[in-house]
Structures are given as C-alpha cells and as structure tokens.
Design a protein around this ligand. Structure first.
Ligand code: NAP
Length: 313
C-alpha cells in the first residue's frame, strides 16, 4: 500500500471511512472490517464524534485495543447537527469535544483532528488557538478542516500565528461524478501545500459497479431504498457509469478501480477514505488503490467526464 503525507503523518492512499460503524455495523462487524483493513494495509481511518451517534469512535476504541500504533486516526468535531456533543468551533467546544473523543477512542492522542464544518459565529483564529494548545499538550498530532471553500482555507492560513500549527488537510466531497473540488479547492491545496481528503469517493457505492443500467438494484445497500441516493441514479448518471466501466474494462480493470485511481491522480489527494460494510469490500478497495493512471489515461478520463455533461454539483 502506497502512502502519502498529511503534514507529518503518513496516510495509506486507500483509507477507511468509518461512518458505517455504529450505524450499519455493530461492534463485531466493526472489528471484522478493521481487521481486514489493517491486514490489507489500509491504516488511515477517518471518523467523527457524531458518527453512529458517537458509537463509531467507541467501537473503534474497543476494536483497536492493543494495536493503536498500527493506525492513523483522523476524527472530527463541530458538526452543526451534533446533538450529543459540542457542535461548534469555540475554544471550549474544541476542548470538550477532544476530551470526549479521546475517551471514546481509548487513546491519548488523535493523529489528525478536523473541524467538521466552518462555524460562522467563531473567528477561525480562536479555533486555531485552541487546536494549537491541543497540539502543544500532545493530544493532537496534526489539525485539519472539512467542508471549507478555497477562500475559507486561505482565511485560515492567514489567521495562523507564526510558527503555530496550521491546517494540513481539507476534507470535502469529491468523486468521478462530483468534481466541484477541481474548480477552486484542489488548486488552493496545491498552492498552500494542503492535503485533500475526498469524502463520498464512491458516491455511496454508485461508483462500485453494482448499480447498472437495466439491472435490478442490489438489496440491502445504502443506496437502494434511500430516496436521496436513488434519485441520483438518473439516465445520465447510469449512461456515464457504463462509459466509465467500458473505459476501465478496456484496460483490464473495473469501475471501482477507476473511482480510486482518478482521485489519486490529483497530487493533493492523500487518502481516498472509502467506507465499507464488509471485510470483502475493504479488501477490494485496498486492491483498487494499486492502479496509477498514465498521463494519457488521465487525460482520456477527464475528456470523457467533461463531455458527459451530467456531473452532479
Ligand atoms: P462512500 O465511500 O462513497 O461509499 C461507501 C459505501 O459504498 C459503503 O458503505 C458500501 O455501502 C459501498 N461500498 C464500499 N466499497 C465497496 C465495494 N468494494 N464493493 C461494493 N460496495 C462498496 O461513502 P461514505 O463511506 O459515506 O464516505 C466515506 C467517508 O467520508 C465516510 O465514512 C466519512 O468518514 C467521510 N465523510 C465525511 C463527510 C464530511 O462532511 N466531512 C461527509 C460524508 C462522509 P453498501 O455496502 O451499503 O453498498
């Protein structure tokens, strides 16, 4: 498994999104997926304080007992919808949320601590100050943000005190079918030397090859039966899925390989944090991280995507 830097951290290029833990998966299911991930070299784990109603972190803490040092843990605080924990970015929110996450994760430090959403009510310098204190205390290795625009990234950079910890990563939505990040945020990452972590990289499974034109929807998946996700399975999207599948298959690969390879072809992308509901999925995703697109292949995929005109915003 290749790794890429996120500040001083080394992240496996295929990461594991942990928002199924405590929601779709119980403790035993979580442990099975984490076992398979570590075995396959998928060691960058992304969670948040509110995933699974806080059970994601709790189950991870249980499942990782005795092998904390084998993984890089990224978690988040400050989601505005959080009901069980602090939901803002005030310094007191940062401190309370961090101590609660450390307790649930049964660890003395978080590797990458991310602000889940910008908080318009709190000057970013105040949040950065509290995060710097957490780094000084050894509770956090690196700090990052999520759902930030290019302007907000720049604002945070400008507000960082000389020599103080800065955001080393931004986590925003990005996939073959949702490419808004390519307009401003990825160029800002290049300019500022910030790592990019794409969320919903598989568009909740739509880019895994199991949703195909004219075939019945698979049973028991996140998309099937969920109005929001099923609404994305338009004719245009399903046509593009066929085109991308043909592109991958002509090169001896599958759509899911292309979903990872295309994102990783962008230099700032450090780890593709795909979620998984089974050990087999995580093993398959680890394998997908092995395809490095040539410059010609990359240009061809881009041309195909640009021509499709059905990209979701
Ligand atoms: P995703 O990675 O786009 O899709 C994951 C889903 O696709 C899995 O739960 C599984 O669902 C299916 N899948 C995965 N691998 C597969 C395989 N090999 N074969 C077939 N199906 C497969 O979506 P996500 O997990 O929601 O997003 C990734 C991570 O991003 C999250 O876990 C979370 O850490 C992060 N995230 C962050 C934010 C933010 O605001 N910062 C927002 C959303 C997510 P089924 O088995 O049900 O089909």
């Amino acid at each position: 498994m290749r790794t890429r830097p996120i500040g001083s951290l080394n992240a496996s290029v295929v990461g594991l999104g942990c928002n199924n833990f405590g929601r779709r998966l119980d403790l035993a299911g979580t442990k099975n997926v984490l076992d398979a991930a570590i075995e396959a070299g998928v060691t960058f784990l992304d969670t948040a304080d509110l995933y699974g109603g806080t059970d994601s972190e709790r189950f991870m803490g249980e499942a990782l007992k005795g092998r904390r040092d084998q993984v890089v843990i990224a978690t988040k605080f400050g989601h505005p919808a959080n009901t069980d924990a602090p939901k803002g970015a005030r310094p007191e929110d940062v401190r309370a949320a961090l101590d609660a996450s450390l307790a649930r994760l049964q660890t003395d430090h978080v590797d990458l601590y991310q602000l889940h959403f910008p908080d318009a009510d709190v000057p970013i310098a105040d949040t950065l100050g509290a995060l710097a204190e957490a780094v000084r205390e050894g509770k956090v290795r690196e700090i990052g943000c999520s759902n930030f625009s290019a302007a907000q990234l720049q604002e945070a950079e400008d507000a960082t005190a000389q020599g103080a910890p800065r955001f080393v990563s931004v986590q925003n939505e990005y996939s073959l079918l949702k490419r808004t990040a390519e307009r401003e945020v990825l160029p800002a990452c290049e300019r500022l030397g910030v790592a990019f972590l794409p969320y919903f990289p598989l568009l909740s499974g739509i880019l895994t090859g199991k949703y195909r034109r004219g075939r019945p929807l698979p049973e028991g998946t996140r998309v099937t039966g969920n109005a929001r996700w099923e609404a994305m399975l338009t004719d245009g999207v399903l046509d593009l899925v066929e085109e991308l599948t043909d592109f991958a298959e002509a090169r001896g690969r599958e759509l899911i390989d292309l979903a990872f390879a295309y994102l990783l072809a962008h230099r700032p992308v450090a780890s593709v944090i795909a979620g998984a509901t089974s050990p087999a999925q995580v093993r398959r995703n680890a394998q997908a991280g092995g395809w490095e697109l040539s410059a010609t292949e990359f240009a061809e995929v881009r041309a195909l995507l640009d021509a499709a005109g059905v990209l979701l915003d």
